[in-house]
Unconditional design. Structure first.
Length: 317
């Protein structure tokens, strides 16, 4: 999508499989007709709704033996066609293509990619990717990392950067996950991620910024929630032209899980923003991860449903 500087942004949606031999991307029968109000719920929760249109989004069925990496779902170029749904007839994924990522611990298994694309390049590269390693479903290595590319297919670590950007949190059972990458209106690159279990019984969002993608600021807290109240997976951050921030994420406390939306005038305000619950009409399967962007005045959402063991990919507007 275009921001105030005319820079395009493209993301690749990734899933976080918990079993190495089960994850498949299946054919999606239909697209949700709209994002509409969730309906009656807790009085403390507001409700958001966005109108939309219908379309079918065929996705090729394939499996990767052994380790499964979301970055191997499709190339950035092929995926971009499916993401920008300016015409429903073009809302389809490209053919799967393997993307090799050199991860800091050597496995090459990279998941949950979030890709920022700039046609004219940002600090020398058209594509910047945030991702996490996840070999053998090991969340102790699931720490936010960066890779860059000129063509969206061949990736490398930018010179001078040492991954990961954030190490494993201290404390037994604590881990990082679910990065989201963007460039803000101030021209800085932002990487957001989720941390579980610091302190025990809580989940948090953090971010760092960079002027060049190599040297990063200290970590800053965005939000912290008690796990008994809210567990916000796969946060997808967007800054609007007026400087406000919108985040879509999946809350896994309700059963089935639900998509929630937060908005604040700045990142500080997200700490106390009241999430609005969102329902995607036309698909009753619970969401697991989402990737959401503002494109030409329209909110576009890509969803993996089911759970950590895999599910379908589908889209809604």
């Amino acid at each position: 999508m275009a921001n105030e500087a005319g820079v395009s942004r493209r993301s690749i949606f990734g899933m976080r499989p918990s079993r190495r031999d089960m994850v498949r991307i299946g054919t999606v029968a239909a697209l949700g007709t709209a994002i509409t109000p969730f309906g009656v719920g807790s009085p403390a929760i507001a409700h958001a709704g966005v109108t939309g249109r219908t379309a079918e989004v065929p996705l090729e069925t394939f499996a990767v033996g052994g380790q499964t990496s979301a970055s191997r779902f499709s190339s950035a170029n092929g995926y971009g066609v499916g993401h920008v749904m300016t015409d429903p007839t073009n809302a389809r994924a490209g053919s799967p293509a393997t993307i090799n990522i050199t991860t800091y611990e050597g496995s090459g298994v990279a998941i949950h990619p979030s890709v920022y694309y700039c046609q004219d390049g940002w600090n020398g590269f058209e594509y910047w990717m945030a991702y996490t390693p996840y070999a053998s479903a090991n969340n102790r290595i699931e720490n936010p990392s960066i890779a860059v590319s000129h063509d969206g297919n061949s990736w490398m670590v930018p010179e001078g950067l040492s991954n990961p950007l954030e190490p494993l949190p201290a404390g037994g059972g604590a881990y990082n996950s679910d990065p989201s990458l963007t460039v803000g209106n101030d021209g800085l690159m932002y990487i957001f991620w989720r941390t579980v279990g610091v302190p025990v019984g809580s989940e948090s969002w953090y971010y760092k910024t960079s002027t060049d993608g190599v040297t990063w600021s200290d970590r800053t807290s965005v939000r912290q929630d008690p796990q008994v109240e809210r567990r916000l997976l796969a946060p997808s951050f967007t800054q609007l032209a007026d400087g406000s921030w919108v985040v879509y994420a999946v809350n896994m406390v309700p059963k089935p899980y639900v998509v929630e939306r937060l908005k604040a005038n700045d990142l500080i305000g997200l700490a106390t923003a009241v999430p609005q619950r969102v329902k995607i009409s036309g698909n009753s399967v619970q969401p697991w991860h989402v990737d959401v962007h503002r494109v030409a005045g329209e909110w576009q959402m890509l969803v993996q449903d089911g759970g950590a063991g895999g599910g379908d990919l589908w889209a809604a507007v």
